[in-house]
Design a protein around this ligand. Sequence first.
Ligand code: C2E
Ligand code: CA
Ligand code: CA
Length: 681
Amino acid sequence: MLFRTIKNTTTTLTVVAIVLVCAAVVASSIEEYEKLYLEATRGDLDGLSENLASDLVHLIASDPDMFEVTTTLLRLDRYENVKYAVVFDNNWQRLNVYFGPLFVPEELDSAIDINALKQQPLGVSVKNSELVALKLVGDARLPLGYLLIVNDLSGPLYNSKLTLFKSVLPLVLLVLFIAICVSMFIQRRLFQPLSRLSQVAKKIQDTHDYSLRIDTGGKQEVAELSRDINSMMETINAETQKNAKYTQQLKEQQKAMERLANFDGLTGLPNRQFFMETLRIELAKATRDQHNLVLMYFDLDGFKGVNDSFGHEIGDLVLMEVCNRTRNILRDGDLISRLGGDEFLILLHNEPNELELYSISERLVSGLNKPFQIQSWEVQVGVSIGIARASDSNFNVSEFISNADIAMYRSKMTGRSTHTVFVPEMMEDNKRRLLIANSISNAIKENEFSIHYQGKVNSDEKIVGYEALIRWKSEALGMVSPAEFIPIAEQSGKILSITKWVIKRVCQELAQVQKLQNNEVVVSINLSAHDIKNVGLVDYIRNMFTRFNVNNPSIEFEVTESAYLENFDIANQFLTQLREMGCSIALDDFGAGYSSLGYLTQIELNTLKIDKQFVDNLNVSKRSTLITKTIIEMAKQLNLQICAEGVETREQAEFLIENGCHQLQGYLFSKPKSLVELLDV
Ligand code: C2E
Ligand code: CA
Ligand code: CA
């Protein structure tokens, strides 16, 4: 305990050293004193005994006067340390004896050993802590007797030493005290920087404040140590701060990861995973409590086009706006989630009745149909909604979502910006869709497809071209309309093989078709928007042209606006290559879809095909008539050929020709026919 700290150890050792030194000094001075005392006492005794011996000479010379001798000896009374004195005659017979106050007379006989005395030299000697003076009385040549004085040495020496010690002790203690105080003071001074250092260290330990610094004063070693510790602290501080920053970063990352794991980064809406988790729990609750749940699946219409035309930045802003509007339309308890892309899922918090559901859906459709003002753009998207009830899926999560998806798909098919409630019959449709999708590859292998050609006439009703339209006579499904299987093929990634098949077949049959008219009629091939993304397709077309010796300008390709809307640059690149090969390009179904007139000037087209719906409405709706007129006018200004589709009546034909339409296509002139049928005519 005492030696635990350096300070205590050195202080203790210093005190011990001082005490030892003092003790040594006192001891040596006592020893010195003892010598001096002995010397002095010896001198005194020598003188005294000498005097007494000479005084005794005449007293014992002749007839010894014992009284006088006794009186003389009594002079020794003044010397308190004299134990006894004996006067002998020259035959060592005792003449007289003196006893000091400390001596017991009975002990005299045992104390005196005559024989030893006889041997003892004259003078003063020390014997058994006694000072013994033996003097000759008289002359050596004529000795009269002997005087023996025995002086106590130990008692007086002890007393004298004690006195000395007593007188010296306060001084010694004072010196000791001062020395200890001084030493402790110095120690303190020396150790102060060290204790300061330890205090700071303790404080750092308690507060974890590594910015604290130690005073670098004090002796060189301590100052150096303090400096070293300070620089170490600086490093620790820097490291700690770095660590703290790193920890903070880690925490933020962890939070971000959690957010990422459960929430959509763009809209902040719960993501698929979070939604599925919640849905699972809600379904379990609903099964238990026997209530129904309603799920809405919605997908934006034309969102890809927004991304491609305005860029992803605007696309993202649109998604955020969609999310805001949806939130405003729905109630607080409804769970909205973004599945990814432009697909959203909504779990309604209660089970609305038919009417309420209709109202919610209508509000969503009309709310999201309104144009978005984003930066300086006005952007419009629509929404197709599919609605499903949990009871229709036996409260099974994936079936529940799948049903909503099927209903959503139905909305998309029946014309965008609408909502459809799932009914079990749709499952049948879905099954059929799956069956169709799965049968396509086999249909190509089994040669179930064929081409029908529908003539296009000019204003003189002379056939100037044919549109190649695919037909499918499926062994399992019977006749399947392209209007049904083409969208399914597009969605299931099978369209490219169909397109290739059509291109090949048209190239094969081209010569025969052209021969029919004895001229170079142009045959149009429909391309899907999905085909445009396929770079290899241009090479395929080139190969087929070479293989079947096709005169390139005899082929026209029809594409819909959606091909451009999905990715303008890619579509333009693709179609420019075809144009460079000498083929012409027609924009199909114009007016039916987005009709973004703006880009018409930016793409290289030959023909604009006015969609059947306008032709149908000619003379029925003034608006339609006006729009058709405007389209024709505008196309003329852009130097485009105009072809009207779906012409079924004379009136329609007349109107269109009157207004400057170059080509007409429709049942009025010719229905799509197989090559065999065509050759039959
Ligand atoms: P589309 O490209 O607009 O083709 C015109 C459609 O209108 C054809 O239907 C045609 O038979 C029909 N049609 C033509 N004139 C009249 C008319 O006067 N009245 C009526 N009611 N309909 C008329 P189809 O052959 O059923 O094809 C439907 C759609 O399927 C086509 O529309 C086209 O988008 C797609 N399609 C057909 N063949 C192919 C193909 O080989 N490749 C691709 N990618 N799509 C094709
Ligand atoms: Ca077409
Ligand atoms: Ca068309």
